[in-house]
Design a protein around this ligand. Structure first.
Ligand code: ZN
Ligand code: ZN
Length: 415
């Protein structure tokens, strides 16, 4: 039987020792029998997702762990978010992450999230915005689509565009909406900035008089009368995992950024009811979906966001709780997948410190269990224990080659 692999990435699960936990990390304190079993029966190590000391983003780290060199293929977050929302982004397009926001008459931001506008209102407003005509730029088309609550994406299609443009989002309330500017001297960047500024102006004109907003005002809700843009990006032409390794692969992730990363890697996206990308996600439903997906795929990536959410909240106890839920997912997978032919790997995409509440450049632990791995002496999964393992210290980009090597999918170099 063909061997298969599941890689579970718990976002930001790695941490630093915390005083409140007696100088242990949340992972070291958590009850995690499944992770410990994978460590005890497998090979362990630590990974520098990008490079030692460099704090990774979830996008660049996940790209690396799928075997892509982020310094070559990463072209900004905006396009990945838009792809993850199911939109089409082509090479040459420029995509932005957007927010519905509330501004006053001087374009000072009163609420960057327009009161976390309900999806229904945002959908109605989005369809109005999509009808805006860009008379000055007849060769340019755009797509605007809302996602969850205030979140949305804008994609500009047309010739001679550039991602070297600044944000209009001032990133905090009480500041004026920014003019988008070219970040380099190229005509393309200047043209893109001008197009997006025109569009933002038109959007504001449409939104401020829209009946949906009039109704919101009557209900005492903040009007969604402006769109803020940030993180211009595009997609690179890159080989799919099928091209690189000849494998069928699928991704189980709720957050659009990771879904976008998986889409550029050519992976199938599996929707799971109850998977939310929050602390309230249905962990078990994702584990079940992973075992099911293994039937028709060689490689399944399962991504869980909750561990990172708890870290950004600075809540070590919530993080321990989320980590224990992740462990229950791994228990389910061990119990229900055919472990005689499955490699099961667990890691984090980066360290997120519950103290600094930021991504940090510390390495993350990894453990891989399966038939042919060289078992080492590590018996517990953790940031420090795994550092003693047989994989030693590897780069994020090496992980996929190691897994694919175990599946017999890497090519010989030389004769
Ligand atoms: Zn992350
Ligand atoms: Zn994070």
């Amino acid at each position: 039987m063909n061997p298969k692999a599941i890689l579970l990435i718990a976002d930001g699960m790695a941490d630093r020792p915390l005083k409140e936990l007696g100088w242990k990390t949340p992972l070291e304190v958590a009850r995690k029998p499944a992770m410990d079993r994978i460590a005890a029966n497998g090979i362990c190590g630590i990974i520098d997702p990008i490079a030692p000391g460099i704090p990774p983003g979830s996008d660049t780290a996940t790209l690396a762990m799928l075997g892509y060199d982020p310094s070559k293929v990463y072209k900004g977050r905006g396009a990945l978010e838009a792809l993850g929302m199911g939109l089409v982004v082509l090479s040459g397009d420029v995509a932005f992450r957007c927010n519905f926001a509330t501004v006053d008459k001087d374009l000072v931001v009163l609420d960057r999230r327009a009161g976390r506008i309900a999806n229904e209102d945002a959908s109605l407003l989005s369809s109005k915005l999509q009808r805006v005509k860009l008379f000055k730029y007849p060769d340019v088309k755009f797509t605007f689509k809302n996602a969850v609550q205030h979140r949305a994406a804008l994609i500009i299609h047309g010739p001679k565009l550039s991602t070297a443009v600044s944000d209009s989002d001032p990133e905090s309330d009480g500041k004026q909406v920014l003019e988008i500017e070219a970040l380099d001297g190229t005509k393309e960047a200047q043209r893109t900035a001008a197009i997006v500024n025109t569009l933002m102006h038109e959007f504001h004109e449409v939104l401020k008089d829209d009946p949906v907003n009039k109704a919101r005002a009557r209900r005492g809700l903040p009007e969604a009368n402006a769109i803020l843009c940030r993180s211009a990006g595009t997609v690179s032409q890159m080989p799919s995992l099928q091209d690189k390794f000849g494998i069928e692969s699928a991704c189980i992730a709720a957050v659009s950024l990771i879904r976008g990363v998986c889409r550029v890697a050519g992976m199938k996206l599996i929707d799971v009811k109850g998977a939310t990308g929050t602390l309230e996600t249905d962990y078990q439903a994702k584990a079940k979906a992973a075992v099911r997906a293994l039937k028709s795929n060689d490689f399944v990536l399962v991504h869980v966001k909750a561990t990172d959410v708890a870290s950004h909240d600075g809540n070590a106890h919530l993080k321990i709780d989320a980590t224990e839920h992740v462990d229950e997912m791994l228990s389910y997978i061990i119990d229900h997948a055919d472990m005689a032919s499955t490699y099961l790997a667990v890691t984090a995409d980066h360290t997120t410190s519950s103290r600094t509440r930021n991504h940090e450049g510390d390495p993350v632990p990894v453990a891989i269990m399966g038939l042919d791995v060289r078992r080492d002496d590590v018996t517990e999964f953790g940031e420090r224990t795994c550092a003693m393992g047989g994989l030693n210290r590897i780069r994020g980009i090496d992980l996929m080659s190691i897994l694919m090597g175990l599946l017999g999918k890497t090519k010989k170099f030389g004769s």
